[in-house]
Ligand binder design. Structure first.
Ligand code: GAR
Length: 189
């Protein structure tokens, strides 16, 4: 296994940023070779360009007939660049079964809850609505069943009186930013 990784992101890209910063600081032995975004306005695209990531792509879902064809295009980019790990960093698209099968135990995700609680698209909102007093984040392998692959690490945070989605998410993200670069490092060494 080499140390080249592909990061897939849809949003502001703070997890991508902390991985790049950890690499820069010599704390993470990975090399971000590819960044793929499914949103043209994803902050992650600019972060990747600023960090001179060798292959940065906005892949427009509208240009593909279906999910499988979209994912095949992404897989081709990742394979061509010879990446051995795919790091989902706020990638808000469901991956097709064929994509997941082509990268067994090679796809990581970070999820803003203590899995198996609060799977799905709004883990932070769901935790608030459930009234839990502790939440957190989970790094896990991606399998065909959503948010259900083997858990690699977790970190917890308190849910405080008066928290809203933003305050809780910010507290969770502080922990995400600590654990994700560490797990990536562990997997590439
Ligand atoms: C993170 O909080 C991550 O846990 C979440 O999206 C955010 C992306 O933030 N992922 C999911 O909800 C996946 N189901 P970022 O763009 O700043 O890295």
């Amino acid at each position: 296994m080499n140390n080249k990784i592909a990061v897939m992101a849809s949003g502001k890209g703070s997890n991508l940023q902390v991985i790049l910063s950890a690499i820069q600081a010599g704390e993470c032995a990975a090399k971000v070779e590819v960044v793929i975004c499914n949103k043209a306005d994803a902050g992650a695209l600019q972060i990747a360009k600023d960090a001179a990531v060798p292959h940065v792509f906005y892949v427009n879902p509208k240009e593909y007939k279906n999910r499988e064809m979209y994912d095949e295009a992404c897989a081709a980019i990742i394979k061509k660049a010879d990446c051995s790990l795919i790091v989902l960093a706020g990638y808000m698209r469901i991956l097709s079964a064929s994509f997941i099968q082509s990268f067994p135990n090679q796809i990581l995700n970070i999820h803003p809850s203590l899995l198996p609680s609060f799977k799905g698209a709004d883990a932070v909102g769901d935790a608030l609505r459930a009234g839990v007093k502790i939440s957190g984040c989970t790094v896990h392998y991606v399998t065909e069943e959503l948010d259900s692959g083997k858990i690699l690490t977790q970190a917890c945070v308190p849910v405080l009186e008066g928290d809203d989605w933003y305050s809780l998410h910010a507290r969770i993200q502080e922990q995400e930013h600590k654990i994700y670069p560490q797990v990536v490092h562990q997997l590439v060494i």
